[in-house]
Design a protein around this ligand. Structure first.
Ligand code: PGA
Length: 254
């Protein structure tokens, strides 16, 4: 099983800051465990430069979103062919902020996943419940429904090539993280859903945890059997913290 530590920069950094952060992350690459894949997702304007800087290293550069169509009159959108043409290797889809502020639906996310895979770009599919749903004990049902809708039109090999990030919305950017037990419980549930859908291939799909994951709580999370890494927001904006997370992933997962 691959382990993945992915940084989602969201709408942060200017060009110089982005270049500095990429350089600082790459500077630690000699110490990365061979079993950990490291991904960063800068904002669109900095992707091409990030890819150039990452060339010849193990760092994979990801986008934070894409459009499902190959091209067309979609002002402000970016196609997978555009991402592929500059060497982007992965793309986050279905992040809760995209769902909440930009109306992204699971059906659209499913089409984005298909488009990404056709361009050989690794999709990182985000799912997770909001606080009310967690408090009502509906988190399993919510995540199962999200996955059903997103994966409905995808075949077994497409789902097998998708990375899943479970991100409880109440933990994103709040400093309130899921406990390792809470995260493992729902990751095991997601694993079960995957195996039910695609058989044994579902055991090989990396399941990332996201939501206020920091160096001081990552050891407990990454150490659990169905947690195969993290999707990191705030702590990915700081090279020292991000590098610490990569180190922890390498230590606890070997
Ligand atoms: P956070 O963000 O680590 O700042 O909570 C995680 C995410 O949104 O992917």
């Amino acid at each position: 099983m691959r382990t993945i530590v992915a940084g989602n920069w969201k709408m942060h950094k200017d060009r110089i800051e982005a270049a500095d952060l990429i350089a600082a992350v790459i500077a630690g690459a000699d110490a990365w465990s061979p079993s950990v894949d490291v991904v960063v997702a800068p904002p669109f304007p900095f992707l091409a430069e990030a890819v150039e800087r990452a060339r010849g290293t193990r760092l994979v550069v990801a986008a934070q979103n894409c459009h499902e169509a190959a091209h067309g009159a979609y002002t402000g959108e970016v196609s997978v062919a555009m991402l592929s043409s500059i060497g982007v290797g992965a793309c986050i889809v279905g992040h809760s902020e995209r769902r909440q502020y930009f109306g992204e639906t699971d059906a659209a996310v499913g089409r984005k996943i298909a488009a990404l895979l056709s361009a050989n770009i690794m999709p990182i599919y985000c799912c997770g419940e909001v606080l009310d749903e967690r408090e009502q004990g509906r988190h399993f049902e919510v995540v199962a429904r999200q996955m059903d809708e997103a994966f409905r039109e995808l075949d077994v090999s497409a789902i097998a090539r998708t990375v899943i990030a479970y991100e409880p919305v109440w933990a994103i950017g709040t400093g309130r993280t899921a406990t390792p037990d809470q995260a493992q419980e729902i990751h095991a549930f997601i694993r079960g859903q995957l195996v039910g859908r695609i058989g044994d291939a579902g055991r090989e799909v990396p399941l990332l945890y996201g939501g206020s994951c920091k160096p001081d709580n990552a050891g407990g999370l990454f150490g659990r059997s169905d947690i195969n890494g993290g999707l990191i927001g705030g702590a990915a904006l700081d090279a020292t913290q991000f590098t610490a997370l990569i180190t922890i992933a390498g230590e606890v997962m070997n």
